[in-house]
Design a protein around this ligand. Structure first.
Ligand SMILES: [Cu+2]
Length: 93
């Protein structure tokens, strides 16, 4: 019971930090995908992937992704370094 509560609290804190970090990194919008991952769109049109555990991962250029509302998007760019740098910078105290 007590353990469950603290896990929920921690994940809320992380979500807040993450949203701020992504804003700072020049990300225009973030789209939720059907498999639980998120695709982040940078202002220059390139993309970066984040899995459902909040970790950046690689994806091939041109690979198709399906959004939660059933749309298909083709992967453009592979900005995994840019995304993970932004996340790491803002998680540091
Ligand atoms: Cu992708």
């Amino acid at each position: 019971m007590l353990i469950n509560k603290s896990i929920i609290g921690l994940s809320l804190v992380f979500a807040g930090v993450s949203a701020f970090a992504l804003d700072q990194a020049g990300i225009e919008k973030s789209i939720q995908l059907k498999d639980g991952s998120t695709v982040h769109l940078f202002k220059d049109g390139k993309m970066a992937m984040e899995n459902k555990f909040g970790h950046p991962y690689r994806m091939q250029e041109g690979e198709m992704m399906e959004t939660t509302d059933g749309k298909s998007i083709a992967m453009k760019g592979d900005e995994v370094a840019r995304l993970s740098n932004a996340m790491r910078a803002h998680l540091r105290p």
